[in-house]
Design a protein around this ligand. Structure first.
Ligand code: C5P
Length: 219
């Protein structure tokens, strides 16, 4: 790739799932492993960027020394961490698989099975981190989102691009082999707010990360 083409730039990245607590030992989560977000962080850092990686609970470590990891658990914590670094960043890339809902109450002690009816867990909507940042984006900042879709892929991606005020959205279709959660490869199509559509072949997540960074730089 092009060494140092992100020198002097600050890049904020979210990665991984969020966990929404039900009680001290249980949560609502999802199958995101964080691989795509961590690959983007490594790629951006290797090209000279200062990277802040706001990470949900994952099994990965950042290798590059200019990646600062902020570990969070819930969507609420992820939003708070992002809000601290968003104003000073040049590029924000929202890779995290944020839980859409969180329990209204987290039980203070472990919910017991014996002698109780099956519990009903009341849920509330989580904040949309990408949309919150999109609403306060300044001229010159670039905000990138992801869309993981199973159907009506292109229409859904365009709707999200507009509704979250993104400059670019990276679509993964779960219909494609070698794309999505947990895999080491991905197959994406990038759509930009200025109307470009860029389809890519299936490749390693690190190579997909390089394509995404190249597309951002070309904006
Ligand atoms: O609306 P949907 O969840 O499909 O949008 C996906 C995009 O929005 C991803 O970039 C994801 O990281 C981001 N997102 C977010 N906060 C949420 C939900 C999604 O930042 N609560």
């Amino acid at each position: 790739a092009k060494a140092d083409d992100l020198k002097g730039r600050k890049v904020l990245i979210t990665a991984g799932p969020t966990y929404e607590r039900i009680d001290p030992v249980r949560f609502i989560g999802n199958y995101s492993t964080g691989k795509m977000g961590y690959a983007i962080a490594e790629e951006a850092a290797s090209r000279g960027a200062e990277v802040v990686l706001v990470s949900g609970p994952v099994d990965l470590k950042a290798k590059h020394q200019s990646i600062k990891i902020i570990s969070v658990e819930s969507a609420r914590e992820m939003l708070e961490a992002c809000e601290k670094d968003f104003d000073s960043c040049d590029i924000a890339i929202m890779c995290a698989a944020v839980a859409d809902y969180a329990p209204v109450h987290c039980a203070g002690t472990k919910i017991k099975r014996e002698g109780h009816e099956a519990p009903v867990i009341e849920l509330k909507k989580n904040p949309d981190i990408a949309k919150t940042l999109g609403a306060k984006k300044k001229a010159g900042q670039i905000l990138v989102g992801f869309a993981l879709e199973t159907d009506h892929e292109e229409t859904n991606a365009h709707t999200k691009l507009a509704s979250k005020n993104l400059d670019m959205i990276v679509l993964n279709s779960l219909r494609d082999k070698g794309a999505g959660f947990g895999t080491d490869t991905n197959k994406v199509t990038i759509f930009t707010s200025d109307g470009q559509t860029m389809p890519y072949d299936t490749k390693s997540k690190r190579d997909v990360a390089a394509d995404i960074i190249n597309a951002i730089i070309s904006l």
